[in-house]
Design a protein around this ligand. Structure first.
Ligand SMILES: NC(=O)c1ccc[n+]([C@@H]2O[C@H](COP(=O)([O-])OP(=O)(O)OC[C@H]3O[C@@H](n4cnc5c(N)ncnc54)[C@H](O)[C@@H]3O)[C@@H](O)[C@H]2O)c1
Length: 286
């Protein structure tokens, strides 16, 4: 292994399936990987949007396809896999990006945990956990046939220190992290002749259009109390940007990450390792 002509971090020519790829984070990642020469398949419940983004990538001379796919439906995932193999070739990497929280599974400002409807919590748990488990099962069969493959899951900071008010989301992301670790071992039990690598990223707080209003007041400059609390608990002193997830993902899926197995890369500006004791950013030099 060497770094001749940037080969160490190369993703060029790799066929990469990404679920949730019409969303904020993974549309950015799909564009970034395609710009580095990967052939990306954007899978999303919103098939038209996935296709639109794929068309934009193709307009910029990248290689991409967009497919409608429900990560909670095995037939839909199998059909997407068959379409990718036919149009782009055997798949090298599966990135499980579909996930998120739902308003109905969040403890309301004037409510209690005991008021939450279990069906709503179930939906969030299913999307994040089953929506990772099921595509991974289906793609791992394909990887075993190829003798190799790479899985990247998407966890969150709330897997390690659960966030207030979002129990289903926190519980599900903790389960995703546990699944990443479990599968990293199980693939060697089940497929001793194949090399399947399984790892994950755990994004911290990002300033995306979706949650911008939770972080900033209407003037777009003043932080909300929640935004202030996040910043004061983030050693790097700012929110992250979806583009800052690209480097860690490239590491996980390239030769550079060839000995990574069952690991979590926290992309959180240090949030997870700060105890909250000792204020940040107050000391003056000199
Ligand atoms: N945004 C953040 O700050 C943040 C932080 C930590 C982790 N994450 C995780 O990163 C991932 C992407 O987050 P995002 O901010 O881009 O979210 P997003 O809501 O912008 O994108 C999620 C995408 O998943 C798709 N989707 C929903 N249900 C689906 C299904 N059943 N089948 C297929 N696709 C489905 C949606 O259509 C959407 O395009 C999620 O797993 C999320 O939990 C996000």
């Amino acid at each position: 292994m060497g770094d001749k002509e940037g080969a160490l971090f190369s993703v060029s020519g790799k066929v990469i399936a990404i679920t949730g790829a019409a969303g904020v984070i993974y549309s950015t990642i799909a564009r970034g990987l395609a710009a580095r020469g990967a052939k990306v398949a954007l899978l999303d419940l919103l098939g038209d949007k996935a296709q639109e983004i794929a068309d934009e990538i193709k307009g910029g001379r990248g290689e991409a396809i967009g497919l409608g796919c429900d990560v909670l439906d095995g037939d839909s995932i199998s059909a997407a896999l068959a379409a990718i193999v036919e149009r782009l070739g055997p798949v090298d990497v599966l990135i499980n990006g579909a996930g998120g929280n739902l308003a109905g599974a969040t403890v309301p400002r004037d409510g209690l945990f005991t008021d939450l409807a279990l069906e709503e919590v179930d939906k969030v748990f299913a999307l994040n956990y089953k929506g990772t488990f099921l595509p991974t099962q289906i793609f791992c069969k394909h990887f075993a046939e190829q003798g190799k493959g790479i899985v990247v899951n998407t966890s969150s900071m709330c897997a390690f220190a659960p966030l207030t008010n979002v129990p289903g989301y926190s519980n599900a992301k903790a389960a995703v992290t546990n699944f990443t670790q479990w599968l990293a071992v199980q693939v060697r039990v089940d497929y001793p002749d194949a090399e399947i690598r399984v790892n994950e990223i755990a994004p911290g707080f990002l300033d995306t259009t979706q949650n911008h209003r939770l972080l900033y007041e209407a003037d777009d400059e003043t932080l909300t109390p929640r935004g202030r609390s996040i910043i004061s608990n983030t050693p790097l002193g700012r929110f992250g940007d979806p583009e800052e997830l690209l480097g860690p993902i490239v590491l996980l899926i390239s030769e550079a990450g060839s000995f990574l197995q069952g690991t979590t890369i926290a992309v959180d500006g240090g949030f997870a390792v700060y105890s909250g004791v000792g204020p940040l950013g107050e000391k003056k030099r000199g």
